[in-house]
Ligand binder design. Structure first.
Ligand code: ADQ
Length: 498
């Protein structure tokens, strides 16, 4: 792995902490343990660093405390095979319900994605969040040694550093927020806003996906901590408050480009692509791939597509939307309602426009295997990526990387983090503006070939320049106090471009 082999900023041991381990452990009825490894760019990029530094990954393995106690030996053996240690944090069902389904997914997720009305500010959720962060801290503190670098991930673990400091851990601790950070007025709605800010203050470095998120964070921080001095500019800035220095940086996450462009070239995927094209003779495939979540704006997208077909009748019979919705958070009732709403809209669009020999929309609820996903990315003429709010959105980058013919058009929500890097070459839309989405669909489907190719080529270059390996290296370099490796210029949304 060429990229991963670049020199690490230092040889400190890496301890990664995330809500979930990058693996799932299960026990068969015969009492045998099985391990299923996670995949994806983050795991691929972090694993080599863990191996190089004899590191550890700590997280929930999908087990309660008793199950974990029984699986300890199995995990030890598997750690040898993985080449780095994994340590589990066992959580009871009640803890998962109140911490994960509760505070993480009914308070922070909706609030940070601009959906305050969806929040359930149940004080019991906050108590559980703190308790579970303490539980994670117990395991991390037991593992941590002087000189380690602890890298905690995402909104589930905002209190981890504070709990580690209470336990005397003095190592450098970094935090990366994968989701957006909300503007001040939204964050101030959080009943525990002071506690959360206080907790975050114990990190040494906090990374955000975009400059917009960091600016929101700084505005909140300064409002709640008057007297804070804000220093510097560029990728990493400093906040100085009562003798403590917190570094805040912008590190847009990305993918391992070769994980998508490589398989896209394989005979198996090429053959599937040819079959997909044959299934859509003389038609352009518009592709949507979204996890079932209100932040992804799937109903708005369907309304935009419906309007495009009605307003530009020449698109009828010439395009088909393939929309995959990936199951997610099925234990939360609102997600089931959303699924029914999506299915109702799909039914309406089909009823309104279907004619012999043409189906306007192919809807699937489920999971595709990797090659099927990549084949769809490569076969699609247009990707419709229109979240109402998204930290980054990796689907946009995956589509570009798999678009081997180089003529796919990306329609991208201006509220996705990916917009900061791709705004010049994607067709940007405000996903709430149904007419704008319809117009963008028409424009994408009628764009001249050389314009499509030019735009796609530039997006592919940008994604390759700041890939997932760049992301890991830059974050670690910033954490080590070094200047992070140069990437693309820090870009913000310019309203004139939108
Ligand atoms: P997510 O909200 O999950 O992640 P996203 O960035 O779009 O959103 O990633 C989805 C991932 O799921 C993609 O890597 C995609 O390939 C994968 N996936 C989708 N459909 C699949 C399928 N059918 N089969 C297999 N895999 C599938 C959160 C934040 C994002 C942020 C990421 C990373 O909400 O904003 O980009 O973390 O930081």
């Amino acid at each position: 792995m060429t990229n991963a082999g670049s020199p690490a900023p230092n040889d400190e041991r890496l301890i990664v902490v995330s809500n979930r381990l990058p693996l799932v452990i299960s026990e068969s009825s015969a009492g045998e343990w099985h391990l299923e490894r996670g995949s994806g760019g983050l795991v691929t990029a972090i694993e080599p660093v863990l191996k190089d530094t004899s590191g550890v990954w700590i997280g929930w393995p999908g087990l309660g405390p008793e199950g974990l106690a029984r699986a300890e030996g199995f995990l030890e053996t598997k750690s040898d095979e993985l080449g780095y240690r994994v340590r589990g944090v066992g959580l009871t069902k009640d803890e998962r319900d109140a911490f994960y389904l509760g505070f993480a997914n009914q308070v922070i997720w909706p609030l940070f994605h601009d959906f305050p009305a969806q929040c359930n500010f149940d004080p019991a959720f906050w108590a559980a969040y703190r308790q579970v962060n303490e539980k994670f801290a117990e395991v991390v503190a037991d593992e941590a040694r002087e000189g380690d670098f602890i890298w905690s991930h995402d909104y589930h673990l905002m209190s981890l550093a504070q709990e580690l400091r209470k336990r005397g851990v003095e190592s450098q601790i970094g935090f990366f927020l994968h989701i957006p950070f909300p503007p001040r007025d939204l964050f101030l709605k959080l009943p525990w806003r002071q506690d959360v800010m206080e907790a975050l203050l114990h990190y040494d470095l906090i990374g955000f996906q975009t400059d917009r998120d960091r600016t929101n964070f700084i505005n909140c921080f300064v409002s709640l901590r008057p007297g804070t001095e804000v220093r510097g500019s560029g990728r990493v800035m400093e906040l100085e408050f009562e003798g403590h220095t917190l570094r805040v940086g912008v590190f847009p996450i990305s993918i391992d480009v070769d994980e998508f462009s490589g398989p896209a070239r394989s005979p198996e995927v090429s053959e599937r692509v040819a079959r997909l094209w044959a299934e859509f003779p003389g038609r352009k495939m518009i592709l949507g791939v979204d996890r079932l979540d209100y932040s992804k704006g799937i109903p708005h997208k369907l309304e935009g597509y419906r309007l495009a077909l009605a307003r530009y009748p020449e698109l009828q019979s010439r395009v088909s939307l393939v929309q995959l919705v990936v199951p997610s958070r099925e234990d939360i009732p609102e997600y089931d309602q959303m699924k029914r709403e999506i299915e109702r809209l799909v039914g309406q669009i089909s009823g309104e426009f279907t004619r012999p020999g043409w189906v306007p929309i192919h809807y699937q609820y489920g999971r595709w295997d990797r090659n099927e996903l990549i084949a769809h990315y490569r076969a699609a003429a247009v990707a419709l990526v229109t979240p109402l709010k998204d930290g980054m959105n990796l689907v946009a980058k995956e589509f570009c990387s798999a678009s081997l013919e180089g003529n796919g058009v990306l329609i991208l929500s201006e509220h996705a983090g990916a917009t900061a890097q791709l705004q010049e070459d994607a067709i940007l839309v405000n996903p709430y503006d149904v007419e704008g989405v319809a117009e963008a669909i028409y424009r994408a489907c009628t764009m001249p070939d050389d314009e499509r190719k030019g735009r796609m080529q530039r997006m592919r270059q940008k994604i390759r320049k700041e890939d997932i390996y760049w992301w890991v290296r830059s974050f670690r370099q910033a954490a080590a106090g070094e200047s992070p490796e140069e990437g693309l210029p820090l870009d913000v949304y310019l309203p004139s471009r939108i």
